[in-house]
Design a protein around this ligand. Structure first.
Ligand code: AMP
Ligand code: MN
Ligand code: MN
Ligand code: MN
Length: 277
């Protein structure tokens, strides 16, 4: 089956609208798809409103979200799937995250101002519009203002975790995020475990904590990864009783992540998340 359970629309930092994203996934032959915007469910509200413009043969869509969390002083992303339409617990959590995002955006703007860059907060907020504000909106502001050559350059010089604009935010704890998702009947999935650049020991600690607080699966494939990493993550998942999941983390045709639906699933010897749906 052609599965892609990780993508972003204009409701967060993606460049395609939810409807465009769905069409793109349909063109790519994706059969099971999820839009997992950062700390927002707005893409699903928009899809419901624009049901008439959905592609003719859309993939089956599972509702999803990507929550920023903090675990032992690091930022770890948790994906949630299959929660109820109302999702009261998740929506409460998301409102908190949204306030944190705006607070952090102010702090980033302030830091940039001290370095002589005026209007970054207002500029990034204007670019984001209704979307969940994030560093990529600051990156676009810096590119538009001629201060950075590209989004990548903006992250390198200003917005990366170790740059001055990379303000640490007070995200929800890993356990809280898993609980919000589970309380609404959803499954929590650890996003892109290989991207955190953890030692083997730390990765095992993270997987152990994630499984202990009710996490259901880990992404064994996110975007492009060497087969050896996929196999290693599949083994680690099996060890902690976690299922596997896959996604592209697609943000847009011009972005650094691959096209939707690249995640054709290899047989890995661990149960896959969607087998239970
Ligand atoms: P935030 O959630 O506001 O901290 O922003 C994180 C987002 O920034 C990620 O989800 C990526 O979409 C994007 N991002 C991270 N690193 C880079 C990079 N080097 N170049 C472009 N975008 C990036
Ligand atoms: Mn992103
Ligand atoms: Mn992520
Ligand atoms: Mn993502």
């Amino acid at each position: 089956m052609h599965v892609d359970l990780h993508s972003h629309s204009t409701a967060s930092d993606g460049v395609l609208t939810p409807v465009e994203l769905l069409s793109r996934a349909a063109e790519a032959g994706v059969e099971l798809f999820s839009i997992t915007d950062h700390d927002t469910l707005a893409a699903y509200d928009e899809l419901a409103e624009r049901a008439a413009s959905a592609p003719r043969r859309p993939p089956r869509v599972v509702r999803g979200v990507e929550l920023s969390t903090s675990w032992r002083g690091r930022v770890v992303h948790v994906l949630g799937y299959g929660f109820s339409d109302e999702a009261p617990s998740l929506r409460r959590g998301i409102a908190l995250q949204r306030a944190r995002r705006e607070e952090r955006a102010r702090a980033i703007g302030e830091r940039l101002r001290r370095r002589g860059i005026e209007g970054a907060f207002e500029g990034a907020m204007a670019i984001a519009g209704q979307a969940s504000i994030g560093r990529p909106h600051f990156a676009r502001f810096l590119v538009d203002a001629g201060i950075a050559r590209s989004a990548d350059d903006a992250f390198h010089r200003w917005l990366g975790d170790h740059q001055m604009g990379g303000v640490a935010a007070e995200w929800a704890s890993l356990g809280d995020a898993v609980e919000w998702i589970a309380a609404d009947g959803g499954a929590a999935v650890l996003a892109h475990p290989a991207k955190y650049q953890l030692t083997h020991t730390r990765l095992r600690e993270l997987l152990g904590d994630f499984a202990a607080c009710g996490g259901a699966a880990l992404e064994v494939l996110c975007g492009r990864q060497p087969p050896s990493t996929i196999e290693e993550l599949a083994r680690a998942g099996t060890r902690f009783g976690l299922a596997g999941s896959v996604g592209s983390d697609f943000h847009g045709p011009e972005a650094w992540a691959p096209a939707p639906g690249v995640a054709r699933v290899p047989a890995l010897g661990l149960p896959m998340l969607w087998e239970r749906w």
